[in-house]
Ligand binder design. Structure first.
Ligand code: 6AU
Length: 273
């Protein structure tokens, strides 16, 4: 895997333009933090995006949990992403037949493909979901092709998850087959060795996003399971996703800086610096 290679080098080598941009952001801002901004009001979301913007590489949204959602919210979010140089990841977890996910991604109430750089999907429906999402970014009338990418949810952090074994194996196979749109995974362990027994090939560069990251807690009452930024990066995370550990504490800015430092130091020791 590419886990011993620096973000700067991966920025130069990666075949996908959005992955290159992501690694450039990480390198220049010295951060591998993704804040999961699971706030339920527009104001809450935009405030956190503006305050934490300087310390994060990616802002992750669940746009459908915003009580007072209007399209202007994502326009403001886009402006903040430009101001602070971060990417937007809508954590939509598409999970349906190809025909349905195309409509959910491109049009509808949320217009996700018009503003989210990154989206994710699960492999439960089989290969067709990845094929369908990939296909619609390749049409002539889609203007954002180089600026959009997909992550496959290859394992889950919740207790008793069934995203293991054959499910995870298919995630890796589809990431390979559709690498023109899929840049990596949301997953919690090094996929190649542990889950699939299929070693990730040397020339591949799957970007690994690891969630369930929290410095102060081991889990919640609903089955979420946490590890620290350090252990996530040590076991293969390129980007660490933290939600409540950052936005739901008294001082989110100081805490974001702390996650950034821990995540960055673990990255530096991983690449031998
Ligand atoms: O740090 P938390 O527990 O407050 O938030 C974790 C965030 C939530 C979840 O919807 C999401 O990460 N998540 C995901 C993602 C990112 O796809 C996968 C998973 O297995 N576990 C998980 O918590 O927004």
């Amino acid at each position: 895997s590419k886990s011993q290679v620096s973000y700067g080098e991966r920025a130069q080598q990666h075949p996908h333009p959005l992955a290159r941009k992501l690694f450039e952001i990480a390198e220049s801002k010295k951060t591998n933090v993704v804040v999961s901004a699971d706030l339920t009001t527009s104001k809450g979301l935009l405030d956190i995006a503006d305050k934490l913007g300087p310390y994060i590489a990616v802002l992750k949204t669940h746009i459908d949990i915003i009580d007072d959602y209007q399209y202007s919210v994502v326009e403001e979010l886009k402006a903040l992403a430009a101001k602070h140089n971060f990417l937007i990841f809508e954590d939509r977890k598409f999970v349906d037949i190809g025909n349905t996910v195309q409509k959910q991604y491109h049009g509808g109430a949320l217009q996700i493909s018009s503003w989210a750089h990154i989206v994710n999907c699960t492999m439960l429906p089989g290969e067709g979901i990845v094929q369908a999402l990939t296909q619609t970014t390749e049409g002539d009338n889609f203007p954002h092709k180089d600026d959009r990418a997909l992550l496959i949810l290859a394992t889950m952090t919740s207790k008793g998850s069934l995203a293991t074994g054959e499910y995870t194996k298919l995630s890796v196979e589809c990431a390979r087959k559709y690498s023109r749109f899929v840049i990596g995974f949301v997953a919690s362990r090094t996929l190649g060795d542990i889950e699939t027994k299929t070693a990730v090939l040397d020339n591949e560069d799957f970007v690994m996003f690891t969630t369930g990251v929290n410095i102060a807690s081991k889990g919640d009452k609903l089955g979420q399971q946490y590890q620290t930024p350090k252990s996530a990066v040590e076991t293969g995370a390129d980007f660490i996703i933290a939600g409540r550990g950052i936005y739901a504490v008294p001082d989110p800015v100081e805490t974001a800086k702390q996650y950034r430092e821990e995540g960055w130091n673990a990255y530096l020791s991983r690449i031998g610096k």
